[in-house]
Design a protein around this ligand. Structure first.
Ligand SMILES: NC(=O)c1ccc[n+]([C@@H]2O[C@H](COP(=O)([O-])OP(=O)(O)OC[C@H]3O[C@@H](n4cnc5c(N)ncnc54)[C@H](OP(=O)(O)O)[C@@H]3O)[C@@H](O)[C@H]2O)c1
Length: 302
């Protein structure tokens, strides 16, 4: 999802010398393959949007893979780029790098001030080592290696598989299926009370291009909207966009998760980047993409 949005944003801005590889063309866990790739292509800038990603269940079942494969991917990319003499590198992490009980909104300076959320600590520790590797290269070699931490993302090419998807695409799919099933009732997990922040993936891509075109003075930046809403408000917005008129039921026997997760994005705002697409507009675009790609989604994701 993120890599393709960055690709679209770069093409829209006229960049044409883009090099991208799928995991089957270049397995980033393979150090020699990554070094050979750098030697052959000699890129000027590297944007790392590759990771082994997954939800709570996947992290619980495969802690070693989430820790090790993510460190392999980013170590090979970051160290390989440094050795190949590449001056600029953008590393993408996630808000899960911040402590579980950090104050809200989450500021960059809260990194490593307390314990992580245990359900995704393997992934988070890998991401933290990526942030630190970029910071160390930046400090020691004066190169522009920077980390961007996006909030919850959604948009084209999201994962709509109900077993493994995030909350927004899961709701969108549930309301769509309720609608085509004679507007049957839709049941959602929890109370609907927790508050979350969502950023349209094309806005994140704009932030990455902003980071590419500007010299960012610090090593770590949050990227989000700075706005949050309740899960109930999110559900009602998606229900309205999809046009589902059946009943919405909250299953409060299911867990709510952390009560609030909001990024402090004042550092990016101070530099001049701000998101452009509001939540309803982004959900409309995502639903349009979902409808246009529904066959492929079912084949690929289920
Ligand atoms: N989605 C979110 O809400 C969210 C929020 C915050 C941060 N992020 C960050 O954004 C980044 C991308 O996430 P995403 O949502 O775009 O996930 P995604 O759609 O699953 O994309 C992950 C990409 O990583 C590539 N990849 C995985 N293992 C690889 C390997 N061994 N070698 C080469 N490529 C490999 C995959 O390539 P193939 O498809 O070819 O296998 C895929 O293109 C991650 O760092 C994630 O932490 C995402």
């Amino acid at each position: 999802m993120v890599g393709s949005a960055i690709w679209r944003a770069l093409e829209n801005k006229g960049y044409c010398n883009l090099i991208g590889k799928t995991s089957s063309e270049l397995d980033l866990r393979n150090q020699q393959a990554v070094l050979d790739f750098y030697n052959q292509e000699q890129p000027e800038v590297v944007i790392d949007a590759a990771a082994k990603v997954g939800g709570i269940l996947a992290n619980k079942d495969f802690p070693y893979q989430f820790l090790m494969e993510n460190m392999q991917i980013q170590n090979n990319l970051i160290d390989g780029a440094h050795k190949a003499g590449i001056e600029k590198f953008i590393f993408l992490g996630s808000s899960c790098i911040y402590p579980k009980f950090a104050a809200q909104p989450l500021k960059e300076e809260y990194l490593l001030t307390d314990s992580l959320e245990p359900t995704n600590e393997w992934y988070a520790i890998a991401k933290i080592t990526g942030v630190k590797a970029c910071q160390a290269i930046r400090n020691q070699y004066n190169k522009e290696y920077v980390s961007l931490m996006p909030t919850n993302l959604y948009g084209s090419f999201d994962n709509f598989d109900l077993q493994s998807s995030h909350v927004l695409p899961a709701m969108l799919r549930k309301f769509h299926e309720g609608k085509i099933n004679n507007h049957s009732d839709v049941t959602l997990w929890g109370s609907g009370a927790p508050m979350r922040e969502f950023l349209f993936v094309d806005d994140l891509a704009e932030a990455v291009v902003f980071g590419l075109e500007n010299k960012l003075p610090d090593y770590l930046y949050n990227v989000g909207t700075g706005l949050d809403l309740t899960i109930k408000e999110l559900a009602e917005t998606i229900q309205g966009v999809v046009g589902h008129t059946g009943e919405l039921i909250w299953d409060s026997s299911k867990p709510d998760g952390t009560p609030r997760k909001l990024m402090d994005i004042s550092k990016m705002h101070a530099l001049g980047w701000k998101h452009k697409i509001n939540l309803e507009e982004g959900i409309k675009k995502t639903y349009t993409w979902f409808l246009e790609n529904i066959k492929e989604i079912k084949e690929v994701k289920l």
